[in-house]
Design a protein around this ligand. Structure first.
Ligand SMILES: [Zn+2]
Length: 438
């Protein structure tokens, strides 16, 4: 462990709180942007004051801000490691919370607020360690690229995706990356603790559907109604169950859980057995099949006028390896009359092996002896989707040792989002060991 790591641990806590106090809500509509810029400037100032040369990248002429810096390693012939975190957060409604979501309050052993687990916790740990290494002239074994990014919550168009397309040289020589939604602990019934490391993600299709029909008066006999046509197609989709597919990541995860707990996951009752996983059931249950949920439906403008078009939005999540099969099923369900356009972000998958995985396991065990690590498939998406396009292997590894009864997955985008202070300190120590060993 680094000398004086305690100061970095404290700093990770205070930086997480300070970052939460900067409301960086991203609704997906650039007009409503508030503090994403202030968050980026905060990080840029800290890094610059510590002596880093930074790249401050404004993306897309849309007032979006990204901060990237590189800490040179002792062996510059080795491929680099990218550690990235997004600075934006999803909206929060203060009246629903026990504390103000942008207070960054530190109380009852937690740092509270929007972004506490998604993902200003990791931003705080990354920033604290970056400052710590500069302060003590600590040189990691290989180049570390720290990236603080915009716009992840709306798909990364002005963040990771923008940088990968227009500034790929910033990630020159990087072979592997770590970021959010992994490295947190889960505790099984008899107190066995395992840390879940994300090795795969479902793909995303944000689908826009449009049906056309003949416009007309609502009092007439009318056979070609756009609203009715689209409603029927969307109902077929809503009633459809995509097939269960056991991906490599899910299989490895379930095998690991079986080994730790003795629970069985027979293929003919995968859903039922996953349902017994407690707080994990919801998260794991979403990774056994593709999903397509209708989220918006619009048509018409007056009660007695039949409109010529109707539109709907569908949020589709697709397992690794299922993209072509998913499209074929979707075509059959929607039929030829419904027009479709989509924003597609691909699934991500890497194997749970190699020196980097060994370093993750060793750094966890050094801080939590006897703990286990398991790979898992995330049902949601992260900026890993963009970095995969550069041939980078992606892992979700933002280590947190959590209390057994905390429903962690419910905190993501949830009310009373919070992170234990001790978990942040633990994560800072684990990340420090990992960076110095990787
Ligand atoms: Zn996130």
């Amino acid at each position: 462990m680094s000398p004086e790591i305690e100061r970095a641990e404290q700093e990770a806590v205070s930086l997480t709180s300070e970052l939460i106090r900067i409301d960086s809500t991203n609704t997906g509509d650039p007009e409503t942007l508030v503090g994403e810029r202030s968050a980026a400037e905060f990080v840029a100032t800290k890094l610059t004051e510590a002596g880093y040369a930074i790249e401050y990248v404004e993306s897309g002429g849309r007032d979006r801000h990204n901060v990237i810096t590189r800490l040179e390693g002792s062996d510059r012939t080795r491929p680099g490691l990218l550690i990235h975190g997004h600075l934006d957060v999803v909206p929060a409604e203060p009246s629903e919370w026990s504390v103000h979501p942008f207070s960054g309050a530190i109380q009852d052993g937690y740092v509270w607020g929007r972004g506490a687990v998604d993902m200003k916790d990791m931003d705080g740990m990354m920033l604290a360690l970056a400052l710590h290494y500069k302060r003590h002239n600590i040189v990691p074994p290989r180049d570390i690229v720290f990236a603080f990014l915009a716009d992840e919550e709306a798909g990364g168009q002005y963040g990771a995706s923008w940088l990968v397309e227009r500034r790929p040289e910033l990630f020159e020589g990087v072979s592997e990356a770590i970021s959010e939604v992994g490295g947190f602990s889960v505790t099984f019934g008899d107190g066995v603790r395992a840390y879940l490391i994300e090795t795969a993600e479902k793909g995303i299709r944000w689908l826009k559907l449009r049906a056309h029909g003949a416009p007309g008066h609502g009092s007439m006999v009318h056979k070609d109604n756009a609203v009715a046509k689209l409603a029927a197609a969307v109902t077929r989709l809503g009633n459809h169950e995509f097939p269960i597919v056991l991906t490599d990541s899910l299989r490895e995860f379930l095998d690991g859980v079986s080994e730790l707990t003795g629970m069985e996951f027979p293929e003919d009752d995968l859903e039922g057995s996953i349902g017994k996983l407690g707080n994990l059931a919801r998260m794991v249950g979403a990774t056994i099949r593709d999903t397509a949920n209708v989220t918006m439906f619009n048509g018409g403008y007056k009660s007695n006028v039949i409109p010529s078009t109707a539109t709907a939005s569908v949020d589709c999540r697709i397992l690794p390896g299922r993209e072509a099969a998913f499209e074929a099923e979707l075509d059959a369900l929607l039929g030829p009359d419904v027009e479709r356009k989509w924003l597609a972000l691909p699934p991500v998958e890497t194997s749970f092996d190699g020196a980097i995985v060994d370093a993750m396991k060793a750094s966890i065990v050094a801080e939590d002896p006897g703990a286990r690590t398991l790979p898992y498939l995330l049902s949601a998406g992260t900026d890993a989707k963009s970095f995969q396009r550069l041939g980078i292997r992606n892992f979700g590894f933002s280590p947190l040792k959590l209390p057994p009864d905390l429903d962690f997955s419910a905190l993501f985008h949830g009310i009373d989002e919070r992170v234990p202070v001790e978990a942040l300190k633990f994560g800072t120590r684990v990340l420090d060991r990992f960076i110095r060993a990787s």
